[in-house]
Structure formats: structure tokens, C-alpha cells
Design a binder for this molecule. Structure first.
Ligand SMILES: *Cc1c(COP(=O)(O)O)cnc(C)c1O
Length: 393
């Protein structure tokens, strides 16, 4: 069968298969650092690129390759590069695409460390970055300079749940001759496919939805074109931020249930968002599946579902947020997201605490904002937990 033409859930189950000599139904863990060559000549061929035999696990490994083939198919890219974490994906992209004096335009409300690594570390290498509200297309156009090389988008943004128009961004990027990079972690390939909308590179923290079981830290980069894939892959190999075979095995196992996990989580998230919106202690709720989201129509257009991430603010501000977080019994007070368990956290004091107060203010990461990742527990239990937590304020 042609796996590339099959349905998404079929790809989740079968796109990561390999031909195993014993007929193993799952991908075996090739837990080895190195591979023997059948002859001196074969070893030389592997190194010269005339053979695609395996050499060394940092360069390639059958378990990791299986996962990479699967992710490339799920995102409709030329090839995928599995890496040790989502941040390894972000930094491999920055270091592959930027040279001293180059400039990047990026969403202001992005994953905190993806911004702070730029502003606090990569400035030393002469990289320049401008963080803006990418929901406004005119603001993007105005921020692009002659030395801009990359437009870097996260949508929905973390933690504001603002949506950036990917088709419009691809149009601007290509008019200006720059690359469009999208952090697709919040959606996973099940809900959004940026390469199909014109992006050049998409990446994920697979720690989140793709693995989905809160037991692995991992990342992946998918490039649309072969030349870009090779450039990124070489950087990964030389930086040594490769994935480990055992990590790849766990992600291969986790990803199989991606669609049914997300179906359940987003069905519950819709109910949770509606419950929160109607609660007297809640000031506001931002969820792409609510008509009150100011970009409801755009979300419907570019996402295949609303996902399971919700941000909301309490009338009682930071004081109320703390009271709620300290009084939940089911939801786990923890950073991360996209797992089977419901997680709650406070971005201003946790995931985004390294962003300056002024930049937080500008990006809408306010003190009252709480981020909720809805899991796959029974929704009645999730809502009851929030209800008693809100009543304790
Ligand atoms: C978690 C996350 C990252 C970083 O991934 P790690 O696996 O923690 O390194 C990047 N982007 C987004 C949107 C994330 O949620």
C-alpha cells in the first residue's frame, strides 16, 4: 500500500515501520553507538556517501530513522531530523540559517527559552532579533529589514493563544526572499500542516503532543526541500544534539495514538473553555474553539481542530491564580503540555519568567494569565476539579 496516500491515523500506525529480519511488529531499539562495516571498502563507501549504510548513531540509526521517516510523512516534508529536545530543534535552526549580522523577525509571545537563547546568548554571535505581534500582517512587513533572513512564527502563540495567519506569512516571506519557520508544537501535525501553507521549515517539541505521555524530552525539524534538509541535518550532526535510539522508540510508541488523544482532549477542552467562560470568578478565556476568540474565523481556516490548550485570567488576578493552582487535586501543577494528564501553570512566574517585565507586558503575558493543557481524563472530573479550585478563591 502507498502509506503517503493513506489517512492520517493509518500513517500514525504504519508510517514508522521498518523491514525487520524477524518480522517484528514494532520498530526494534537499535541501542548501539556504532555499526560494523562488512569490509574496509564498504566502510570507505559509507563515509564517501556512495553507500547509505549506517556508520555511527549521531549520524544515523535505524530506530531514529524510522521516526524521522514517519514525521516527514506526517508533515508532508522532504525529510525530518530528530533531535534531543524541542530547544535543540530551535537552536539547530537558528545556527543553520543565521550568520553574524543576520536578523530574524519573530512572534513576541513564543516559547520563553526560544526567545531568551536569542536575546541572552546568540546576541554574542551577532544575531539580531525583533519580537513583534505577528497577528498583524502590517507589523510583520514593517519589521523586515534588508538583513532579515527568517520569519519565525509560533501559532497558536504560547501562552496567549493568539493566531498568526500562516498563508499570509508565507506570502510575505516569499515576496521578501526570506525563510518561514513555524513552531507547530501546540497543534501537532494532526491539527496544522504549515509546510502545506507555504512554510519552509516546521519544528516540534515532541515532548508535548507527539509523544504525549510526559515521559520523553525530544524534538524534530521537518524541511520542505532537500537542500534545506541537508543543511539542517549537517548542523545537527556536528552539534551533536541527536536523538537517542531509546528515546526514538518511546516517541514511535507514543505517536501512534496522537489522533485519538487529541480528539478526546480537544472535545474536553471545548467543554472546559465554555465552563470557564461562564464562571463568575473568571475574567476572560482564550481558546480557538470559542466564538469569543477574536480570531475564531482564522483558527477555523488554518487549524483542523481547536486543540486542547486554553489560557484564561481570573478576576482576582495573580492572587486568584495562585489560590486556584494551590487548590487543584486532579490537574497537575507543572510546566509542559500536550500529555494525557491535565497540567496547569502560570507563565509569568514560570515558563516565561526570564522574559523582561516590559516584554511580557507587550506580549500579553499578564500576571493573571493561567495556562491549562487539558488531558484525556473524564471531562466531568476535570471540570469538577476546576470548579472546586475556583470556589476556594
Ligand atoms: C516545550 C516547547 C518547546 C521546547 O521544547 P523542549 O522539548 O522542552 O526542549 C518549544 N516550543 C514550544 C511551543 C514548546 O511548548
Amino acid at each position: 500500500m502507498n502509506i503517503e496516500k493513506s489517512g492520517f491515523s493509518t500513517k500514525l500506525i504504519h508510517a514508522g515501520e521498518i523491514d525487520d529480519q524477524f518480522g517484528s511488529a514494532t520498530v526494534p531499539i537499535y541501542q548501539t553507538s556504532t555499526f560494523s562495516f562488512s569490509s574496509a571498502e564498504e566502510g570507505a563507501k559509507c563515509f564517501s556517501g556512495d553507500s547509505d549504510g549506517y556508520i555511527y548513531t549521531r549520524i544515523g540509526n535505524p530506530t531514529i530513522d524510522a521516526l524521522e521517516r514517519q514525521l516527514a510523512i506526517l508533515e508532508n516534508g522532504f525529510g525530518a531530523i530528530a533531535v534531543s529536545s524541542g530547544m535543540a530543534a530551535a537552536t539547530t535552526i537558528y545556527l543553520s540559517l543565521l550568520s553574524s549580522g543576520d536578523h530574524i523577525v519573530s512572534t513576541d509571545a513564543i516559547y520563553g527559552p526560544a526567545r531568551s537563547v536569542m536575546e541572552k546568548q546568540f546576541v554574542r554571535f551577532g544575531f539580531e532579533a525583533t519580537y513583534i505581534n505577528t497577528t498583524d500582517i502590517e507589523t510583520i512587513k514593517a519589521a523586515i529589514r534588508p538583513n532579515t533572513k527568517v520569519l519565525y512564527i509560533e501559532t497558536p502563540a504560547n501562552p496567549t493563544m493568539d493566531i498568526t495567519d500562516l498563508v499570509a506569512c508565507a506570502k510575505i516571506a516569499h515576496e521578501k526572499g526570506i525563510l518561514l519557520v513555524v513552531d507547530n508544537t501546540f497543534c501537532s501535525p494532526y491539527l496544522q500542516n504549515p509546510l502545506d501553507m507555504g512554510a519552509d521549515i516546521v519544528f516540534h517539541s515532541m515532548t508535548k503532543f507527539i509523544n504525549g505521555h510526559a515521559d520523553v524530552v525530544a524534538g524534530v525539524i521537518i524541511a520542505k526541500e532537500e537542500a534545506m534538509y541537508r543543511q539542517l541535518r549537517n548542523m545537527m550532526i556536528n552539534m551533536g544534539c541527536n536523538m537517542d535510539p531509546h528515546q526514538a522508540y518511546l516517541v514511535l510508541r507514543g505517536v501512534k495514538t496522537l489522533s485519538i488523544r487529541i480528539d478526546r482532549a480537544q472535545e474536553s477542552a471545548q467543554k472546559v473553555a465554555e465552563f470557564l467562560e461562564n464562571h463568575p470568578n473568571v475574567a476572560w478565556v482564550k481558546y480557538p474553539g470559542l466564538k469569543s476568540h477574536h480570531q475564531y474565523e482564522l483558527a477555523k481556516r488554518q487549524m483542523k481542530g481547536s486543540g486542547s490548550m486554553i489560557s484564561f485570567g481570573l478576576k482576582d488576578g495573580f492572587h486568584g491564580a495562585k489560590a486556584l493552582m494551590n487548590n487543584l487535586h486532579l490537574a497537575i501543577l507543572a510546566v509542559s503540555l500536550g500529555g494525557v494528564e491535565t497540567l496547569i501553570q502560570h507563565p509569568a512566574s514560570m515558563t516565561h519568567s526570564k522574559v523582561s517585565a516590559a516584554d511580557k507586558q507587550k506580549a500579553g503575558i499578564t500576571d493573571e494569565l493561567i495556562r491549562l493543557s487539558v488531558g484525556i481524563e473524564d471531562v466531568v472530573d476535570i471540570i469538577n476539579d476546576l470548579k472546586q479550585g475556583l470556589e476556594s478563591i
